[in-house]
Design a protein around this ligand. Sequence first.
Ligand SMILES: Cc1cc2nc3c(=O)[nH]c(=O)nc-3n(C[C@H](O)[C@H](O)[C@H](O)COP(=O)(O)O)c2cc1C
Length: 610
Amino acid sequence: MKKLLLVFAVSYFTIFASASEASLGRFGLSDVFERTGAKVISCYGRQYMNIVPKQPVSMMSARHNEEVDAHATDDVESMKLRIVKDYHEQTKHHPHRHARSPGYLDWDNQPVPFRSFEGAPQIQLPLIDNDRNLPYSALYESSKNPPYSLSIKSVANMLELSMGLSAWKKYGASEWALRMNPSSGNLHPTECYLVLPDFPHQQACVTHYNPYLHALEKRALLDRNQAAWLKNCGGFGIILTSVPWREAWKYGERAFRYCHHDLGHALGALRYACNLNGWKMMLIPQISEETLDRFLGFDKFKWVDGEPEHADCLCWIDSKNDDPKKILEWFSSQEDIKYEHHPNRLSLEHVDWEIIDRVQKASQTTGPVLLKPANDANPAPSILTSSFTAEGIIRRRRSAQNYDQPTSRTDLATFIHTLKKTLPGNGCPFDMFPYETQVHLAIFVHAVDGLDPGLYMLVRNSKHFESLKNLTHSSFDWSQVTEGLPFYLLQTGNFRDIAQSVSCNQAIAGYSSYALGMLANFDSVLMEAPSMYPKLLWETGLVGQVLYLEAEAHDLRATGIGCFFDDEMHRILGLKGTEWQSFYHFTVGKHVEDTRLETKAPYFHLKVMK
Ligand SMILES: Cc1cc2nc3c(=O)[nH]c(=O)nc-3n(C[C@H](O)[C@H](O)[C@H](O)COP(=O)(O)O)c2cc1C
């Protein structure tokens, strides 16, 4: 297997898609395997220490100390709030100054994009021979067929369609893998661990999904009691984690945001793939990252300096939606699972972005979380369908790198249909998201037949309508476009140049059919719970995943835009203060294929190496 990884390593190259990302990059894993000794370069760390003193972090660990009094707890909470808000403020891009980053791409130290556990026994997963050719509606609706029974094959199928590879791209001597789930800069900080019950010839275990090999790496075997509990529940757990260094290598201090956007996309990708198997999925909201780190044995690892991996969330998958409290209690009570194998090293040298460690600690789930009300409405139904199958849509999802402005149009019915799909409700994928809806879409409509070009707003939670209306420009119209849909015209006009310039001057935002910024309820939510910061970012990723698939379903192509000028977007909307913050941008249109690139099948390398 080492040989296989090494062969891959020598030929592994990656590409980066954003405006400043046009250059092709190359990274040889063999360099990392063969060279030893890491040097940690502290970049700007001193400045951060001056901005936010280190003490709050140690105060935070006192949160779990029973002796801590209520007053001190308040202090800790307000300190966390300040750290999170400072982080967000400090990581804004401005036209005159981008958030701090290395400022260049250190190809010699590009992190390995695939996590592996050296020496861990593997369960090779079967690849799907033939897709089931499920209709587009199967992405969203509950299947009328019985759910797939739980087996290695059905889990493999689900993983292939969510976190697996989607293609290889080749340009000259460079070759790089794409995945079903998108990722900022194709850097893929999200890792996926599964807690599986007994299967025939396979003892219940905790495994890591390696998408390059399409294999599960067995990290720990579970005992009889644990196996019995899992069998009794009839489901399995997924823990998603992030490796911030993968993103920080390129994006510096803004990387924490990208990790959590990506995590939201991964949640969406998993939810869709589970739905195709007839499985429910729920995110267990109250479990702490610390508990999950302990469950995975992360608290006992000596991570390579600068390369820590953190648990972010636990999802439970079954066919019936079990009691989340029961799941939470079981995962919280499992101690001393024996983990033997060590994670691979990702880079030889690191830049230490201290502000990321700080915000990561300050935004841990320790206090209350804002759950959604039980009666969250279902979005109005839409009858539009697609000429592509459900699996076809998932497999063809890509980020557009270029749009053809004249043909980058869509019609009103398709556009409205897509907006409806982004609304929360009891359907897929938002049914797995337990938090109250906090994100709205400010949309630059460039070319939607039947709709005036202009600036619009989709209010995804009606509770926020007044706040959004009162805090944006008083000159905005707020006239409802379609009855029954919380979609409002703010101002007509040509916003192509504005959309492009606010998106770090990326042409994809101006040449598309429409582009948008996702506005998050920042102050109010964080005041309640600073730990909601990552969850707000997840919500944007989840909405983004819907936009990606909806674009493909209707023969368009989307791209997530993490590079935008935060406060410029607020100025366009007239927003003052930080009650509402633009978190993530998106663009949808008719893409231009880059014909210089050769495409290869996602798992051709496994066949070649057999
Ligand atoms: C959170 C996030 C931010 C992104 N930001 C940008 C961006 O600013 N500009 C861009 O061209 N692409 C951006 N992308 C697209 C990624 O570069 C793309 O997902 C990645 O290269 C993998 O390609 P694929 O989506 O075709 O699989 C972003 C994607 C995500 C998920």
